[in-house]
Ligand binder design. Structure first.
Ligand code: UDP
Length: 393
């Protein structure tokens, strides 16, 4: 049996990996161990997603919390190390760009092959810890599964071996196929008139908002800019707020605009039911802009830069940089552009719904064929070195 340890730690990891987990679980040649780092641990950030998405409970819970990123990362590494040592898997798999992926250091120390899902994305915004984490794990990985040719090129430009980067397309399309398109009737039933009445919302006449990114929460300027923007919203804003954001808003003692209804984070079924019935999403989330592009809902993206430009390419999203005084000046114009998107149609090019399958097939083939150790294929690195130093190497 091929022994695979998959380590995840936050809400969107469960969403993005949902079909991969099911495919690996069902695979006759695979023994999957699902490890949860504990970065997210509340029911409404973890368990509700396991239930909503029909996922198995994690086999191992690391409970690697911490008051700072440094504490969390060191706890993930030190708690994952003995688990990997004992299980001695054929490969350690990580997804995304969070404190949890830094657990790859433990796999690297044990010389266990590393796989990074959602690799080679770059925002080129070095303020973001996520950008630093992605870069580190991509370069430690033996195999990187990436979404698009432009990401492949980014990896190759950084010196990664092209043979170790595999393009699969975006996993979110698979997830929405399984969880939304295959269950539309259930969603229609779930999003009943009472559902909206309970939340004092009119279907089609509100924005759904998320706001959690460090660079938008931890500085005063973006917080003030976002609240100023929201105070000009022509519609009600329903805001399931991350705990980090709630804490910061309380600490800053700022006034929340009257259009905004702030609630605790909600489950995936509820979130998607609100999303598809909203007039648009206002968000700094990477995943939410992709989901809205696929589901035909406009997004107003509160980010200076993104590692996922495809939503601008297909024109499903408008940009607001909360860290810049410049954008701060014209909220009405911005909402005008955002509202205008609803009258347009776009065709997203995020994927065909077979990304998870491509990944699992390639991973199993590499494990069975003995080619999982991408770092041992040093020819590419020698080629690069020769191109600089010459043949005397
Ligand atoms: N989401 C959710 N409930 C919420 C907020 C978000 O189910 O209250 C989902 C959303 O649909 C998306 C994912 O969580 O799939 C996004 O998570 P987040 O914004 O935390 O992470 P990011 O995508 O920025 O990594």
């Amino acid at each position: 049996m091929l022994k695979i340890v998959l380590t995840l730690g936050i809400r969107p990891d469960l969403i993005r990996a949902s079909r991969i987990i099911k495919l690996l679980e069902q695979h006759p040649d695979v023994d999957l161990k699902f490890v949860w780092s504990g970065q997210h641990y509340a029911d409404n950030l973890k368990d509700v997603f396991i239930r909503d998405l029909g996922l198995p409970e994690p086999d191992i819970e690391l409970e690697a919390g911490g008051a700072t990123d440094a504490e969390t990362v060191s706890a993930v590494i030190s708690k994952l190390h003995p688990v990997l040592e004992e299980l001695a898997p054929d490969v350690a798999v990580f997804l995304g760009d969070t404190n949890t992926v830094m657990g790859c250091i433990a796999a690297a120390q044990l010389n266990i092959p590393i796989v990074h899902i959602e690799g080679c994305m770059r925002s080129y915004d070095w303020r973001m810890p996520e950008e630093k984490y992605r870069t580190v794990i991509d370069h430690l990985s033996d195999v990187v599964y990436t979404y698009f040719p432009e990401y492949f090129d980014q990896g190759v430009a950084e010196g990664l071996n092209p043979r170790n980067i595999v393009i699969i397309e975006n996993l979110i399309v698979d997830v929405l196929d399984d969880f939304y398109y295959a269950k539309r009737d259930e969603f229609e039933e779930f999003a009943s008139p009472e559902f909206f009445a309970d939340r004092q919302l009119e279907p089609g006449d509100f924005y759904l908002m998320t706001w959690h990114r460090r660079e938008n929460v931890e500085e005063d300027l973006p917080v003030t800019a976002i609240l100023e923007l929201l105070s000009h919203s022509p519609r009600m804003v329903y805001f399931p707020a991350s705990y980090r954001t709630q804490k910061r808003l309380a600490a800053m003692n700022v006034e929340i605009p009257e259009q905004v209804r702030m609630v605790d984070p909600i489950g995936y079924r509820e979130f998607l039911a609100l999303l598809v019935n909203s007039a648009g999403v206002v968000t700094d989330s990477g995943t939410v802009v992709e989901e809205s592009a696929v589901l035909g809902i406009p997004s107003l993206q509160m980010r200076r830069s993104t590692e996922r430009p495809q939503v601008y390419d297909c024109r499903s999203s408008v940009k607001f940089d909360p860290g810049s005084q410049q954008d701060y000046a014209a909220p009405e114009e911005l909402f005008g552009k955002f509202e205008a998107l609803a009258a347009t149609e776009w065709k997203h090019e995020l994927g065909d719904g077979f990304a998870s399958q491509r990944l699992v097939e390639d991973l199993v083939a590499r494990l069975q064929g003995g080619t999982i150790r991408g770092h041992e294929a040093a020819d590419h690195h020698l080629d690069i070195a020769r191109s600089y130093i010459g043949d005397g190497l």
